[in-house]
Design a protein around this ligand. Structure first.
Ligand code: KIV
Length: 275
């Protein structure tokens, strides 16, 4: 059954944990969808794990629409959330609604995500009022990497922790249907999770969130540029891929691939006429 924003709401009410992963292409999203994931985020982490940038800042609306559409074609059951890239919503409420609309119309996602708290509540309200569900994102918000001075754990002192609790309540009031909590202390995430009625989806925010999300290349051991403490490698797919690539190179060079079973036949009659 298709997961919707209502599924997310009901899961929190029932105390059922939500599962999300990122994906950026059709084949990977299809495998996730078939595995029973609740939601797929087409994150702007795309910029780092797929496009090779050092941060997420250069990702464009065109990049996000293109990859969101690939994932949406695969996701029969998972809720697809498209990430709003840097400067697609910060500049004005008009830009926010316009770009969220593009992500939904052209990318065919069922919700959008944007980073920030009180400062983007007018955008969350306006997008929600345009019937586009919004997932908020608090804590370590990677689009603010330059303001934070690096990828650092957020909310560690009293003021910062209180601010995050207030920001969570503010985004809920503005209409967000859920909140990603990234890289904050587990006990703070627990308090935030209890303080709001919408589900919290944690990444580096401990086990008391209502759900979890990971970047799929991280959890499959396919991306070695960064190794955040919160990532668990559920499989070493990167090593498997390298082994397979090496075998292909070796067999091709040795002439043991392709074999007859990988080749197409033609009748000897036709061949004899070609000489
Ligand atoms: O862009 C992304 O992948 C994200 C997740 C890490 C939550 O925002």
């Amino acid at each position: 059954m298709k997961n919707t924003v209502m599924t997310f709401k009901e899961a929190k009410a029932r105390g059922e944990r939500l599962t999300m992963l990122t994906a950026y292409d059709y084949s990977t999203a299809k495998l996730m969808d078939e595995s029973g994931i609740n939601g797929i985020l087409v994150g702007d982490s795309l910029g780092m794990v797929m496009l090779g940038y050092e941060d997420t800042l250069s990702v464009t609306m065109e990049d996000m629409i293109h990859h969101t559409a690939c994932v949406a074609r695969a996701a029969k059951n998972a809720l697809v959330v498209g990430d709003m890239p840097f400067m697609s919503y910060q500049t004005s409420i008009y830009d926010a609604v316009y770009n969220a609309g593009r992500l939904m119309k052209e990318g065919r996602c069922q919700a959008v995500k944007l980073e920030g708290g009180a400062s983007v509540c007018p955008q969350i309200k306006a997008i929600t009022e345009a019937s586009i569900p919004v997932m908020a994102h608090l804590g370590l918000t990677p689009q603010s990497v330059n303001a934070f001075g690096g990828f650092k754990v957020q909310g560690k002192d009293e003021d910062a922790a209180r601010r995050l609790i207030e920001e969570a309540k503010a985004v809920e009031k503005a209409g967000a249907f859920s909140i990603v909590l990234e890289c904050i202390p587990a006990k703070l995430a627990e308090i935030i999770t209890r303080s709001v009625n919408i589900p919290t989806i944690g990444i580096g925010a401990g086990k008391h969130c209502d759900g979890q999300i990971l970047v799929y290349q991280d959890m499959l051991g396919m991306f070695s540029n960064l190794k955040p403490k919160f990532v668990k490698q559920f499989a070493k797919v990167g090593d498997l891929m390298k082994d397979a690539f090496a075998s292909y190179i070796k067999e091709t060079q040795e002439g043991t691939f392709p074999e007859e079973e990988h080749s197409f036949k033609i009748s000897d009659d036709v061949i004899s006429k070609l000489y």
